[in-house]
Ligand binder design. Structure first.
Ligand code: NAD
Length: 288
């Protein structure tokens, strides 16, 4: 039987409805709405698409959105000064710095300079530490999006076997912690797993499979366990099409739930960013 699709847009729609109501209520009670400041240094086509989506989503929800566009020859010190100013500005609820940054700027230093309370992407070391401890308010957006999609499948997580392929700081590593916090037995695979030829073995027993690599069709359909929940984070351009990392057509015949690419994780990632901005605003106003 063919898998049920986990449509990111549908799940995002419900979260956005709640956020919109919450922002309206905050506007009435606090006389202010959350404000997200996005910093882009230099030009990048992928960032430009993400910025457009951030702006549209923010405006639809009633979040103020400001874009700071910087020259590609900005120095790290000037960028840090700008962030320091935004950290101090009580009118700014969230800050996001678009990656990649121009050559010569250390993204770790920049991410760490954002106040943990204004860290819209949940990538500050303090927030990543909170993910590990299981009490994060601001968690990395793509990992949270994958987690929302898994939850939306409605399967009991406790004791499940999960495999994550990809151990990046933005997806695989934080997601492994989010799953462990729900008592999911979690295996994280990466390039060395692939090089040893062990990927099929780890994928084959996964009841929950998340793939975030960036290689079209890396995970073969016949590796998927019958009834698995499959979350494909990958975005790959093949000719004029966007595809994921999992062989979708074959995988959907074995999975119980599967995300389409595009239309799965992507729409939810930006929604989780908006959710973080609202959570940041509430923290700064000492609201629960
Ligand atoms: P990354 O490039 O930082 O890391 C890739 C990971 O894949 C690493 O852990 C690497 O070890 C692993 N890997 C590479 N080759 C492998 C192989 N042959 N076998 C097993 N593991 C292998 O990844 P990232 O930034 O997390 O992005 C991964 C993919 O997810 C990309 O396609 C990216 O565009 C996409 N992405 C989507 C969203 C979204 O919102 N939908 C957000 C972030 C990233």
């Amino acid at each position: 039987m063919s898998a049920q699709l986990l449509e990111g847009r549908t799940i995002a729609g419900k979260i956005k409805e709640d956020l919109k109501k919450e922002i309206e209520a905050l506007s009435k009670s606090k006389g202010a709405v959350p404000r997200l400041v996005s910093i882009q240094a230099g030009e990048n086509a992928a960032s430009a698409v993400y910025i457009k989506s951030q702006k549209k989503n923010a405006e639809n929800l009633g979040i103020e959105y400001m874009l700071e566009t910087l020259d590609s020859n900005i120095t790290q010190d000037s960028l840090l000064d700008l962030i320091e100013g935004l950290n101090k500005d009580k009118g700014v609820s969230g800050i996001i710095v678009q990656l990649p940054l121009p050559k010569g700027i250390d993204h770790r230093v920049v991410m760490s300079a954002i106040s943990p309370e204004k860290d819209a992407e949940g990538m500050h070391p303090e927030n990543l530490g909170r993910v590990l401890l299981g009490d994060a308010t601001l968690a990395p957006c793509t990992a949270s999006a994958a987690m929302e999609l898994i939850k939306s499948a409605g399967v009991k997580l406790y004791g499940k076997e999960a495999t994550i392929v990809g151990h990046s700081e933005i997806v695989g590593k934080p997601l492994s912690m989010l799953l462990l916090n729900k008592f999911v037995t979690t295996c994280v695979c990466h390039i060395a797993t692939g090089e040893r030829g062990l990927l099929p073995e780890h994928v084959k027993h996964a009841e929950i499979l998340v793939v975030a690599v960036g290689k079209a069709g890396l995970v073969k359909g016949d590796w998927i366990k019958q009834g698995a929940v499959v979350i494909d984070v990958g975005i790959n351009r093949v000719g004029d099409k966007i595809v994921g990392d999992v062989e979708f057509d074959a995988a959907k015949e074995r999975a119980s739930f599967i995300t389409p690419v595009p239309g799965g994780v992507g729409p939810l990632t930006v929604t989780m960013l908006m959710k973080n901005v609202v959570a940041a605003f509430k923290m700064q106003h000492e609201l629960k």
